[in-house]
Design a protein around this ligand. Sequence first.
Ligand SMILES: C=CC1=C(C)c2cc3[nH]c(cc4nc(cc5[nH]c(cc1n2)c(C)c5CCC(=O)O)C(CCC(=O)O)=C4C)c(C)c3C=C
Ligand SMILES: [Fe+2]
Length: 510
Amino acid sequence: MNQSMNIRIQSPSPSLLLPPAKCSSRWRCPCLRVQLETCASSNLSKMSLISRGSSAWCKIQPMFNESLTKMYSSQIEVLVTSRAQEVSDTPAVGDDKIGVLLLNLGGPETLEDVQPFLFNLFADPDIIRLPRLFRFLQKPLAKFISVARAPKSKEGYASIGGGSPLRQITDAQAEELRKALSEKNVLAKVYVGMRYWHPFTEEAIEQIKLDRITKLVVLPLYPQFSISTSGSSLRLLESIFREDEYLVNMQHTVIPSWYQREGYIKAMADLIEKQLTNFDRPKEVMIFFSAHGVPVAYVEEAGDPYKAEMEECVDLIMEELEKRRINNAYTLAYQSRVGPVEWLKPYTDDTIIELGRKGVKSLLAVPISFVSEHIETLEEIDVEYKELALKSGIEKWGRVPALCCEPTFISDLADAVIESLPYVGAMAVSNLEARQSLVPLGSVEELLAAYDSQRRELPPLVTVWEWGWTKSAETWNGRAAMLAVLVLLVLEVTTGEGFLHQWGLLPLFR
Ligand SMILES: C=CC1=C(C)c2cc3[nH]c(cc4nc(cc5[nH]c(cc1n2)c(C)c5CCC(=O)O)C(CCC(=O)O)=C4C)c(C)c3C=C
Ligand SMILES: [Fe+2]
């Protein structure tokens, strides 16, 4: 029996793992991971058991008592095997019409698309989450920011050929995934639903309805989960599903993140291993993982698991490389910040300068939060960061390409879809009350209830005050400017007069 099957553990504490009285102990199993939590008084803080390939291993938090770890890990392994057997016996397909919905960000295809694309992005309450009182300003603010940012963004898109390659790459991935599924004897239609540009998620859903799909696997094309990416797309799906009788009754499940999958990790390690051979002294190359950032508040205030998943992902890739006797130094930093709020640190640009200062001479950049080439790999990394690195004393620069349609990767995505089929329409495996950092497999609604359920207000990011301000003053200047703009916007909207009307930016919808 292959351990990489989906493992489903629904019952709370199994008798083997009885916690002390009054303790809460809970199980969950997102896709290939089983996690056990017990309360602090039992001397166990948290234990995660991750199944990879045919073996299971334990990841233990620092507080964990070592002898107990040994005892529990062997017991869990037994338990996981027997539960895995249960699920694998569940009939998966039957006469159903299977659909796979790939969710992605979308990107402007021409320079004219840039401003409306940015408008869609900034109008998303998961990108700019305004205080309740100011929600009516979401669209005017999005218009304002998108118009202000468009010239800078257009320059970027112009330099990579006049548009984003995202649609083309995602379509190719969808087709390769369909073929891989078919080779594994699963006939499925694969749809692409973008969040901010064509083909929009709504269009994909219309097609899913026309095709009378009965079982849908929702697969965000982001390896790690973030409220701002997969979470935002799931919010949109939730609202579409809720309003439609056909969709309410259609069975579905979501694979919220898959950065821990063996196939994905191996595919990333393959790319890194190959690129290292381009350096004269491969062992001396610093492996530089660069992830798209998110504002710190997403992680610290709203409980976004993005940072935790990113760090775990990097650890898993490095472990895979170590198995191949590649023991290079490595680091993780965050790029592409927007606006005056604080984003996840360390920042990619600061880290490059620092590495140069420390005498690092060879650097291999590894984009890690996205599986297609896009503006931030083709322009930000390949042009801006390379230039910065060379200026900072780094002599040899390389970059790992995005996974795109790598066969190992696509085949693993197909396996992820197949493994999720028994869960389509089934109860979520998670304990919804649990505040867990890693996101479980489940339906859209269950997933959204499992994280960020309170939808806390987050500091809005506003880009228009970026010019030339010092970093230390940036946050407070930005907040003050934000307040001023909000006041102006309120006056503008209530009186119908003001600078936005004069510039023709308001009213928005003529
Ligand atoms: C995991 C990936 C991504 C996260 C997390 C993410 C968060 C995030 N992004 C913005 C603002 C912008 N993102 C833009 C482009 C863009 N973002 C991602 C991925 C993630 N974003 C991708 C793949 C792309 C490129 C798409 C393409 O066209 O190739 C842009 C537009 C480009 C620009 O003007 O710089 C903006 C703006 C925020 C605010 C955010 C988290 C809150
Ligand atoms: Fe982004």
